[in-house]
Design a protein around this ligand. Structure first.
Ligand code: BES
Ligand code: ZN
Length: 633
């Protein structure tokens, strides 16, 4: 209701009339699907009528108000059919102050009427701007809400340095609309620029050309992304951020106190880029830098172009978790260059990227490492699918009336990657590599649907190797639930040795302290822990803990797995560590399953409530939203 009142005050009587009319109409029905204009169920925009092609942002960052305030100037193009149509944008919790149109390149502006609809829980509010037919630029003055779903505002205590505030964005899947009024569909690519004013002494970085050499912190920064990107790749972070080069075109941004650890961990980044280029063609984005965020970052990583955002929980000290860098880097081909057209096609981003991640790991760290990652991934997927509804086991998932976040499962990632691995095994590595390379070339800087992938695969794979792959096979992988019987069965020699140790321990033949674990990598430990029977009991856990100090493991993946077991078995010596972990780290992949496991018993639920009271304020809205659901808030 607040929105309606603001709009009434800002836009006067005429839009009040429009508003009343619009309150009665149901949520905009999407246009019918055609090959050129796939329906994006998660955007109100009608780009087939009026399309945004560029966004120029001018923002002031206020840590007092927790807002970005300023203007977005959108460049628009009309199709023949779109002659008289209003510009339709996506927004969420934005305060829209004014809309103006210009038909002379921004020399003169005329105020435009606009209409902000009632918010939908998943999609936010449709914003219609009524422009003169010759307007080419639209300027929207607006301010974000302090609770914008795509931004997190951190108090100094929530940072590593504890002295300066921090803010960062996370736009995927549909949160860009909570900090920019735009056509928030991955099928609508835009170039962008930004001018950003921050308090003095803080650095702003964006998913665009940055100037890493600059030591100055004047509080005024400008950015330009001259390649057209989907809106979910627009990103900003502001804080006490330093920079260190890692190679010619790579470097790391992070808070000064984390710099040394981060730079050491990430030193193979340049090698990964070269390895990927060798396989799939040139890196097309200029620089590749990483930003290591404070621990509340809700994801492992986010492939913001030119500047991957990543959780500090990958800094294990031994490079054992840098597969995440391989993954986010791989998105520079699969995702950022060739983009899913709608969130139904998300597997085109994540399945391809997970497959590339395996190949990069193999190229940089060898086949053993890649084999281990594949085995772990497949086992994880099989376990996850036991609890899953069939409709969610389909790569080309149906997300009608659902939040695209519900598509964030192991299916697009691991099933997608296993599908590509299956194709590789079917046609042979050399031909499959050529296929992928030409796929990236062919669809570079385009957003494509699953249907378009199928057409391309038909022409370039099925028709070329008719005795090796069939369209029926592809369709089965893409449109049916579960894993087909012909799914690849990765194997790891290293894990076979781990399995022998595991067997002799669970059967009681060998004491934990006598197990042959010398030289085990993180992946081997994860496989070992994953093979322990769920009801192992506190005595056996104590034996392991004494031998290997698992409760104090610093590696976030190992700690997470151990804590899951501790909760399940009510292993009390790990409870203080559990609380510490859940208050220090906001990565949803760790936090949500731990709360879920706790919530399974009444005492656990009570413990969860107690911990959550203290930890919630530090969580990103995405993580807090998931935990709220789990604890029934
Ligand atoms: N693009 C994803 C993160 C994402 C997906 C955010 C959907 C919001 C909606 C990113 O590339 C990713 O997959 N991150 C993973 C790590 C990866 C190594 C599997 C994560 O954050 O866990
Ligand atoms: Zn990804």
């Amino acid at each position: 209701m607040r929105k309606l009142r603001e709009l009434f005050a800002a836009a006067g009587m005429f839009s009040f009339l429009l508003l009343t009319a619009c309150q009665q109409t149901p949520v905009n029905a999407p246009a019918p699907e055609t090959a050129e204009a796939p329906t994006d169920l998660h955007s109100y925009a009608s780009p087939q009528l009026v399309r945004v092609t560029n966004v120029d942002l001018d923002w002031t960052v206020s840590f007092e108000k927790k807002t970005l305030a300023g203007t977005a100037v959108l460049t628009i193009e009309r199709s023949e059919k779109g002659k008289g149509a209003p510009l339709v944008l996506d927004t969420r919790d934005l305060k829209i102050e004014k809309a103006e149109g210009s038909s002379d390149g921004g020399n003169t502006w005329a105020e435009a009427k606009f209409e902000l609809a009632k918010p939908d829980d998943i999609l936010g509010s449709e914003l219609k701007v009524f422009l003169s037919p010759d307007a080419k630029l639209v300027k929207i003055a607006y301010e974000t809400s302090p609770s914008a779903s795509g931004l997190q505002w951190l108090a100094p205590e929530q940072t590593a340095g504890k002295e300066k505030p921090y803010m960062f964005s996370q736009a995927q899947a549909i949160h860009a609309r909570s900090f920019i009024p735009l056509q928030d569909s991955p099928g609508v690519r835009v170039t962008y620029s930004a001018k950003v004013k921050t308090p003095e002494g803080l650095l702003a970085v964006m998913s665009a050309e940055n100037n890493p050499q600059g030591e100055e912190r004047p509080g005024e920064y400008s950015f330009k992304m001259s390649k057209a990107v989907p809106p979910y790749l627009i990103a900003i972070a502001v804080g006490d951020i330093a920079f260190k080069p890692l190679g010619e075109r790579t470097g790391v941004y992070t808070e000064p106190s984390m710099m040394e650890k981060a730079a050491n961990e990430l030193e193979d980044t340049e090698k990964m880029i070269s390895a990927t280029e060798k396989l799939y063609g040139q890196y097309r984005w200029g620089r590749y830098d990483l930003l290591i965020l404070p621990p509340s970052f809700p994801f492992g990583g986010m492939e913001n172009p030119v500047l991957t955002f990543a959780t500090p929980t990958i800094l294990a000290g031994d490079k054992s978790l840098v597969s995440l860098v391989a993954h986010e880097l791989a998105h520079s081909w699969s995702g950022n260059l060739v983009t899913n057209s709608t969130w139904r096609d998300f597997w085109l981003n994540e399945g391809f990227t997970t497959y590339l991640e395996w190949r990069i790991q193999e190229a940089v760290y060898g086949k053993d490492r890649a084999d281990m990652e594949m085995v772990l991934a497949k086992k994880g997927l099989e376990e996850e699918m036991k609890e899953m509804e069939e409709r969610d086991e389909i790569l080309h998932v149906d997300l009608k009336d659902r939040d695209p976040d519900e598509g964030f499962t192991g299916v697009p990632y691991t099933k997608g990657a296993l599908f590509l691995r299956h194709l590789e095994l079917a046609v042979g590595r050399e031909d499959f590599d050529n296929f992928l390379k030409s796929y990236f070339e062919h669809f570079a800087f385009k957003s494509i649907t699953t249907e378009q992938f199928k057409e391309y695969a038909r022409e370039n794979l099925v028709d070329k190797f008719p005795d090796k792959v069939a369209m029926d096979d592809l369709n089965k992988w893409i449109d049916q639930p579960g894993l087909p019987p012909n799914a690849p069965q990765p194997e790891s020699e290293a894990f076979k040795k781990v399995d022998e140790q595991l067997k002799s321990w669970t059967e009681g033949t060998t004491k934990a302290s006598d197990l042959q674990t010398q030289g085990w990598t993180t992946q081997e430990w994860l496989h070992f822990l994953g093979g322990i029977p769920p009801e192992v009991g506190t005595e056996k856990m104590a034996e392991l803990d004494e031998a290997f100090g698992l409760t104090s493991a610093g590696n976030s993946e190992i700690a997470f797995k151990w804590l899951m077991m501790a909760v399940h078995n009510k292993y009390e010596p790990a409870y203080p560590r559990l609380e510490e972990f859940l208050t220090a780290i906001g990565r949803r992949k760790f936090v949500a399953p731990l709360f879920e496991e706790l919530a399974k018993t009444p005492e656990g639920k009570q413990r969860a409530e107690g911990i959550y009271e203290k930890s919630r304020a530090g969580y990103h809205p995405i993580t807090a939203g998931s935990v709220d659901k789990i604890l029934g808030k």
